[in-house]
Design a binder for this molecule. Structure first.
Ligand SMILES: [Zn+2]
Length: 87
């Protein structure tokens, strides 16, 4: 059986939205989030958590909470994270 690298859904160049309008998990308001940078994970950590190796981080302009793009857009969250939420 050939060793097969698990390909993350997003690991190539992609367009990162600079802002997001989404309900904030912290202040519970529909708020603007501004892009503050990428968070990089070592591959072992990322695959253990079901993350991509680079995750965009956003800050709520209302309460300054920092969240990942997965929180703002669950549709793009890796399957590992979604099943984790069910528990
Ligand atoms: Zn907020």
């Amino acid at each position: 059986m050939p060793a097969r690298a698990k390909k993350p859904v997003y690991n190539t160049e992609r367009t990162i939205p600079m802002t997001y309008l989404a309900p904030c998990p912290s202040c519970q308001q529909e708020a603007f989030f501004k892009y503050i940078g990428m968070q990089h994970w070592p591959e072992a950590t990322a695959s253990a958590m079901g993350f991509d190796t680079s995750v965009a981080l956003y800050e709520c302009t209302n309460c300054t909470t920092c969240v990942t793009e997965y929180s703002l857009n669950p549709a793009i969250a890796p399957a590992g994270l979604q099943s984790d939420k069910k528990k």
